[in-house]
Design a protein around this ligand. Structure first.
Ligand code: NAG
Ligand code: NAG
Length: 215
């Protein structure tokens, strides 16, 4: 008879495969019921008889995002908050605008792989593989180029062209989540102790305090 540990190990492997992306739908659709107060993984379904075309619709992605901010980029995310019909479908969409020199700073999506098409401009993009290699995989993109950022990996896009840049991304979750590294590390609420950050980043305490004041 297989040892309980082997069985547990196999169970863990099977689960990690089964839950490698948003769970699969068990019906045609499950439009988010914004009135329900029941907490489930995702959202409770609205009565299918009450579902309308507008539950699957968003207007306005032709409008550029506001890039007047310190990094010079803006992500407009069309996720389940903006299209209720995305609930359980495991997909979402983003428009990203960049001024010249604008950066979509280092971040991860805990629940989604991202596939990006560059519509306008020139971007340097990249992601870094996990420990211990921490290999930087990077590429310069031109109009019409497509690039993939694997789920969970730290990545960035930087506008190295002379004009504005515009990209459209698809993400493999109704709610990809965004962890911007600088904000998570130096801008948590409450602060991570400066002594922890000094040790983690081998940095001077004044630099840590300065970064904490910025984020
Ligand atoms: C939520 O409640 C409001 C007010 O009762 C109603 O007009 C609306 O249709 C409801 N929405 C859903 C998704 O059931
Ligand atoms: C863009 O954002 C800046 C900074 O938050 C703000 O001052 C400005 O009014 C915004 N512009 C538009 C068109 O919303």
């Amino acid at each position: 008879m297989a040892s309980p540990f082997l069985v547990l190990g196999l169970f863990a492997i099977i689960c990690s495969v089964a839950f490698a992306s948003d769970p699969s739908p068990l019906q045609d659709f499950c439009v988010k019921d914004s009135n329900s107060t029941v907490l489930v993984n995702g959202f409770v379904c609205k009565d299918p008889k009450l579902v309308q075309a507008d539950d699957f619709f968003y207007r306005g992605l032709d409008i550029p995002g506001n890039t007047s901010n310190p990094v010079g980029s803006r992500v407009t995310l069309i996720d389940v908050e903006r299209i209720s019909g995305l609930n359980t479908l495991g997909i979402s969409l983003a428009r990203v605008d960049y001024v010249p020199g604008g950066l979509n700073p280092l971040h991860t999506h805990p629940r989604a792989t991202e596939i990006m098409t560059l519509i306008q401009g020139t971007l340097q993009v990249g992601f870094v593989t996990s420990n211990p290699e921490n290999r930087l995989i990077t590429k310069v993109l031109h109009e019409g180029d497509v690039f993939v950022f694997p789920r969970g990996l730290i990545h960035f896009q930087w506008n190295i062209g002379h004009g504005n840049a515009l990209a459209i991304s698809s993400l493999s979750s109704q709610n990809p989540g965004i962890n911007t590294v600088a904000n998570v590390v130096f801008g948590s609420q409450p602060d991570i102790s400066a002594d922890i950050l000094v040790k983690a980043f081998q940095m001077d305490k004044n630099v840590v305090l300065d970064l904490q004041s910025k984020f």
